[in-house]
Design a protein around this ligand. Structure first.
Ligand SMILES: Cc1ncc(C[n+]2csc(CCOP(=O)(O)OP(=O)(O)O)c2C)c(N)n1
Ligand SMILES: [Mg+2]
Length: 353
């Protein structure tokens, strides 16, 4: 049973074609999308009770599913769960899979998404899944409405029309209920992280960055978004891709780069480097070369905050590989039992090398 139509349906399609064996056909016959599986079990007598009352859902079907199965099982399963479903006649969202992540496809993605899907979502107004999304809005924006600040503020990114287009799109389509200032600030942090990384690679290749330096390319939004919620009294602690949260904490780029270059004027007098950079005055408690080791250390800081009755949180960044470390699970257990003001941020980049 699977959630991701492309992955799951491969077992029914290419897999069978490729192997042409009875075993492959057996696997194909036993592979179900979640909705198909639930409906099959319902036909066999499964009863499920859903807690909330009637709700509405806008459904944009997955292309691969639309081609091979159709959206009928999804509509039926949502209806079973109490949703009044309207299906968007959306065609392609323009952002599928890795295609949507690649910068050379950016304009195509925006154009395609803007043709049918984005207008359909924007045209339906609020009430569709906004409840959870509100928790993702930084405090400064919680009272404002999408697009409100747009007219009032002069774009800080006016020199970068391409970047502005991305922000305009987010504002116009109300995809994220954030103000222009916040979106620009997040974007600037992401670009800053990217540029810092690119420069780090250059300096590493020319032998000026000491030890090693792990790229954060593609993950910039994680540090930028997560740290946007912090006050200056909150703390961060991270892993071997460590320095990035520092960008959001207001660190000085020259001191950061000096640290990576092993220089005396770096944040840790050049002794920490990329993997062990810390800046206690900015409440950056340190990167850590031992995978996931920052998690229990961060929880210790959160426990100290709690005992001192300080209104502060600690964020710990770790990877999907680090998530397998026992300390992560032990820390989650203790953090829950002690109700620690502690945020676990797992950056799942789908590799752990
Ligand atoms: C305890 C420990 N085991 C192994 C390593 C070697 N190592 C360095 S990075 C890494 C992969 C970590 O993967 P993940 O946590 O997903 O982070 P990512 O590199 O993907 O950001 C490993 C195994 C280490 N640093 N620490
Ligand atoms: Mg990983």
């Amino acid at each position: 049973m699977g959630l991701e139509p492309s992955c799951l349906l491969t077992l029914r399609d290419e897999w069978v074609e490729l192997l042409r064996t009875d075993a492959a056909r057996d696997v194909a016959r036993s592979s179900f999308l979640l909705e198909e599986f639930l409906l099959r079990e319902r036909a066999r007598g499964l009863e499920l009770r859903f807690s909330a009352g009637p709700r509405r859902a806008l459904l944009h079907g997955h292309c691969h599913q639309k081609a091979m199965v159709g959206t009928a099982p999804t509509v039926a399963a949502l209806a079973w769960a109490g949703y009044e479903v309207s299906e968007v006649d959306s065609g392609c969202c323009g952002m599928a899979g890795s295609f949507g992540f690649e910068k050379e496809h950016y304009d195509i993605s925006v154009t395609l998404g803007g043709r049918r899907l984005a207008p359909a979502v924007a045209g339906r107004g609020g009430g569709y899944g906004g409840g959870r999304a509100r928790h993702l809005v930084p405090p400064a924006d919680r009272a404002s409405r999408p697009g409100q600040a747009r007219a009032a503020s002069r774009p800080a990114l006016a020199r970068f029309p391409r970047h502005l287009r991305a922000i305009d799109f987010l504002l116009e389509e109300s995809i994220m209920p954030l103000s222009r200032q916040t979106l620009e600030s997040l974007y600037q942090t992401m670009v800053r992280i990217r540029r810092f990384d690119e420069r780090t690679v250059e300096l590493f290749n020319s032998g000026q960055v000491m030890g090693t330096a792990h790229s954060y390319v593609g993950q910039e939004a994680v540090a930028a978004g997560a740290c946007a919620h912090l006050t200056k009294d909150d703390s961060v602690i991270s892993n071997h891709r460590g320095p990035r949260p520092l960008h959001r904490q207001g660190a000085r780029l020259d001191l950061m780069m000096a640290e990576l270059m092993g220089r005396e004027d770096g944040y840790c007098r050049g002794l920490g480097g990329s993997m062990h950079i810390a800046a206690l005055d900015l409440n950056m408690l340190g990167a850590n070369g031992i995978v996931a080791a920052g998690v229990p250390i961060g929880a210790g800081a959160a426990l100290a905050n709690k005992l001192r009755k300080a209104d502060r949180v600690v964020i710990s960044f770790f990877g999907d590989g680090g998530a397998n470390q026992g300390v992560v699970h032990e820390t989650m257990n203790l953090a829950a039992v002690w109700k620690l003001p502690f945020i676990f941020v797992c950056e799942n980049n789908k590799y752990a090398l």
